[in-house]
Design a protein. Structure first.
Length: 236
């Protein structure tokens, strides 16, 4: 009776192992990690692009500031010429035209500079927003990744413990009974049927009276008269 109990225990462990092999880390967790990783990569790309745009805007503002300084210097020089009293009528008109052109260029440069400064500030604000979101996503990813690693290690640990338990049980069963068990597995994935209320757990059909009598004094293998599974009567 004891050896059949051990074979039944082996079958139970094998069924657990089948379920264990199908066990995976929470799919929702995996999908969330993938989504966060994609968002992090997208944010990193956006931040790089914003940084490049900010740098270009900054360089353009600097260029316009320098241009404005030069134009104001020209403006001052032309005013001195016009109002200095050294020019004649036609010369004054020519210098006034040049001054008008400089004034127009200066006004345009100042407008462009103001627009670029606003653009630069907008880029900086958007960069800060994206940076904050990146930090949030990174923190979430790290926390979820730790959960993922913990789940994976738990699954691995359970699989290792189960394999060790099966090895120990196989050693306790003995080669002859294991050989019988493996032969029976060629016919049925779960070759043992546990008898409860005169029913075989394998085929769920009633056991004959003769088989039940044999099981009560089970020393040799007793097989189900319907499915052919090795029967085990658990009196506990």
């Amino acid at each position: 009776m004891l050896k059949f109990r051990k074979l039944w225990a082996l079958q139970q462990l094998e069924e657990q192992q089948e379920k264990q092999q199908q066990q995976k880390v929470d799919p929702e967790l995996v999908n969330r990690l993938k989504a966060l990783k994609a968002e992090i990569e997208a944010l990193q790309g956006q931040l790089k692009e914003l940084k490049d745009r900010y740098q270009k805007a900054k360089e353009e503002v600097n260029r316009l500031e320098l241009a404005g300084t030069n134009l104001r210097a020209k403006q001052s020089q032309l005013n001195e010429k016009i109002y200095g009293g050294s020019l004649q009528g036609k010369e004054i008109e020519s210098y006034q035209q040049r001054l008008a052109q400089v004034n127009q260029e200066l006004s345009q440069a100042e407008d462009e500079e103001l627009a670029l400064m606003q653009q630069r500030d907008d880029i900086r604000a958007l960069w800060a927003e994206k940076k904050q979101r990146l930090e949030e996503c990174t923190a979430q990813y790290k926390a979820l990744h730790q959960t993922y690693l913990r789940q994976r290690e738990e699954i691995k640990a359970r699989a290792t413990a189960l394999a060790r338990e099966m090895t120990e049980l196989c050693e306790a069963i003995g080669e002859e009974d294991l050989k019988l068990y493996r032969q029976l597995k060629k016919r049925h994935r779960n070759p043992l049927g546990r008898v409860a209320k005169d029913i075989c757990s394998g085929c769920h059909l009633g056991i004959s009276f003769e088989k039940l009598k044999q099981l009560k004094y089970q020393e040799e293998p007793v097989y189900c008269n319907h499915c052919g599974r090795l029967l085990f009567l658990d009196l506990d």
